[in-house]
Design a protein around this ligand. Structure first.
Ligand code: PMP
Length: 445
């Protein structure tokens, strides 16, 4: 079993069907530098999706690398119960400097899904401790919050989540705040976030049973980089306030500047009760996550051993010193470089160039915010009819782009761009030019 082909027979790749492993064997990447990745043969790929949205400061960043190496010479890991490493301590100071006012406690874990699991468990136990029987969660139509079971239960993407929902009775979904295909047939420029009437109805009927409302603020990533206006977020917060529902903002993908604000909640000037962070937190170098909460939530958990109020949760690698040292350096760079505000001219350039895709047939919707850009490809622009799933139009476009040096990976009928923030204007040009050519070639337009 020495050849690469043989070992692929034994590997199980995420979100990948087995026939694709055979027909499009995974490319072995040897090194990375900035926005680029290099394979064994020396082929170069511009990482237009920041390797699943984690790489915000670029690959192989010398300063983050140095920080990890320095820590590696001292300590690789330490249990975070009764002990804490120096980098985890330092990180907590740095993070507090950035977090919105009112958020006062940080719980570390390993990845976005665990950050969400922790948030859900905190909400459940909070109500248990308050002696209220609230065990339901509400999430938005189109939600994605990770792949562990709790996170899956609050997800609502048909292909990813629905088959697992039979295992749960604890979730409710609102209408999707999907402006291109508005569930209320309204225009985002003039609507009053009527899609959230569905949330209000759920809360009105079941608020006594609802533990929390969880949402991806402003940008719903995995369902196709859908961007909804701040007024939707404001309406979510107003409804939750009215019925005393805990708000959980999943900023795993949006945190640390991706949408043009440090946190996406800032677009609507709202501060959630619980905020989940991961991905860019470590600069995209190592698995590291944080669930950050307001003090009134933490207060319920305060007590002695006998009270049994502590949170029964802790992953082996919680607060890992290597991850924490990467995160310390990443946050220092973000602060020093005044990210994301210093990026606004480049974000505008990115958005302007993205809009040029409007000249191409089959582009039904162009959406962008900060350093997120998406193209929804449709068979019929007038009716918004999508291409049949089996045509795999966007998959073919992405394969063509990869062949020509740009790593993209579609979400259904959506091609999207989430590049590292360090991308230069000429690299934005290259990225879009290659994808434009790929679209024209595959759709023969
Ligand atoms: N929440 C959101 C909003 C995400 O986009 C993701 C990952 N794409 C997750 C949670 C899960 O993060 P992870 O893959 O690190 O578990």
């Amino acid at each position: 079993m020495n050849s690469q082909k043989d070992i692929f027979e034994h590997l199980w790749f995420p979100f990948t069907c087995s026939s694709d492993i055979k027909n499009y064997p995974p490319i072995i990447i040897k090194k990375g530098s900035g926005v680029y990745l290099y394979d064994k043969k020396g082929n170069r790929y511009l990482d237009a999706i920041g390797s699943w949205w984690v790489s915000i400061l670029g690959h192989n960043h010398p300063k983050i690398k140095r920080a990890i190496k320095k820590q590696l010479d001292k300590l690789e890991h330490i249990i975070m119960a009764g002990f804490i490493s120096e980098p985890a301590l330092k990180l907590s100071h740095l993070l507090f400097d950035m977090l919105p006012k009112g958020i006062t406690r940080i719980f570390y874990s390993d990845n976005g899904s665990t950050a969400v699991e922790v948030a859900l468990k905190i909400a459940l136990k909070y109500w248990y401790l308050k002696k209220e029987s609230r065990t339901l969660f509400v999430s938005l139509g189109g939600a994605y919050h990770g792949d562990t079971l709790g996170a899956t239960s609050v997800g609502s993407i048909e292909d990813f989540h629905i088959i697992y929902h039979k295992n749960f009775k604890s979730f409710l979904h609102t209408d999707p705040p999907y402006c291109y295909r508005c569930p209320c047939n309204l225009q985002k420029e003039t609507c009053n976030a009527e899609c959230m009437e569905s949330l209000e109805k759920i809360l009105q009927q079941k608020h006594h049973q609802i533990a929390a409302c969880i949402f991806e603020p402003i940008l719903q990533g995995a369902c196709g980089m859908r961007i909804y206006p701040p007024k939707v977020l404001k309406r979510i917060f107003a409804a939750c306030k009215k019925y005393n529902i805990i708000t959980i903002a999943d900023e795993v993908a949006t945190g640390f500047g991706r949408t043009g604000k440090l946190f996406a909640c800032m677009h609507a000037d709202v501060v959630p009760d619980i905020m989940c962070l991961a991905k860019g937190l470590s600069g995209g170098f190592l698995p590291f996550a944080a669930t950050c909460v307001k003090e009134h939530i933490y207060n319920e958990f305060c007590g002695t051993f006998i009270d049994g109020k502590q949170l029964e949760h802790g992953h082996s690698f919680t607060g890992n010193p290597l991850g924490a040292s990467a995160a310390c350096e990443a946050l220092s760079l973000i602060k020093k470089q005044n990210i994301p505000y210093s990026l606004s001219p480049k974000m505008k350039y990115f958005c302007d160039r993205l809009n040029e895709f409007g000249n191409i047939n089959y582009i039904g919707d162009i959406r962008s915010i900060g350093f997120v850009g998406a193209l929804e490809i449709v068979k019929n622009i007038k009716t918004k009819e999508p291409f049949p799933k089996e045509d795999r139009v966007c998959f073919k476009i992405s394969q063509e782009a990869i062949k020509n040096g740009v790593l993209i990976r579609p979400l259904g009928n959506v091609i999207y761009f989430v590049p590292p923030f360090i991308i230069k204007e000429k690299e934005i040009d290259f990225m879009f030019d290659i994808v434009k050519k790929a679209i024209k070639k595959i759709l023969k337009t």
